[in-house]
Design a protein around this ligand. Sequence first.
Ligand code: SF4
Length: 294
Amino acid sequence: MSTDTVNITSPTGNPVEDFLRTERMPHIWCPGCGIGTTVNCFTRALIESKIDLNRLSIVSGIGCTGRVAGYINLDSFHTTHGRAIPFATGLKLANPEMSVVVYSGDGDLFAIGGNHLIHAARRNMDLKVICVNNLTYAMTGGQTGPATPLDVITATAAYGTYDPPFNLPQLVDAAGAVYVARWTTFHVRQLARSMAEMFKKKGFGFIEVVSPCPTLYQRRNKMGDGLDTMKFYKEVSKVKHGAPTSEVGLTKSGEIIVGKFVDRERPDFETMMRAHFTESLGEKYIPAESPICS
Ligand code: SF4
């Protein structure tokens, strides 16, 4: 895609519309699902950050959130299950000038893709990860996933879950991410601002967006519909910027700590690699040119 196809001064007056592949509508997301809200915030963050759309790629894995790659009118790749991060890593290494955003769900990123995720954070790959956390494997029917809180009814836990979930911000923080934040789909302005801020930061950035799956998670757990969930998010969310990530784990109906938790400086993978080879090889080291984004 080129910027020629993205006109952010849409004649309809809706700045989001031009970022969508409208020929693919209607989308598959259920009424009350939060994923569309995150896409709205994402497009507003793209506008606000003035990111070069010709040097931007979106990579998704498999799942309800993985469909974002198909609906967004940018260079996008819908990859195989759990492989969004390695695909994005290859894309970034081959095209260092490109901004690469990974847009996927909690199941895809933290279960089958978990190993890729922690190593990309450890290496500080310059990737921006947006993780829509609906607390379950939604596309396959609502099974227990790596982020499902305790005492939740799922398709595979009729009497409630008893295995502890990952605390996503803590995991990526411990692995080395330089930017870590969490918002819910109720916090649309904060989320869009946080995305724009993350896009400008070099290194591995991660934003968790707690989002409802009314069809499978809320319904089974008698938590109402999408609107009820927005009211719930409003009631239980507490903004705590800089909160220790070890203290922001999610429970079924307790407080949701939101905010920017981590914003640190450390060299990204490419910077470390170039410095290392310059030191070891001296003049013999010729850094590769960016082959596509020239
Ligand atoms: Fe959204 Fe859940 Fe429906 Fe998937 S199954 S589209 S996550 S509401």
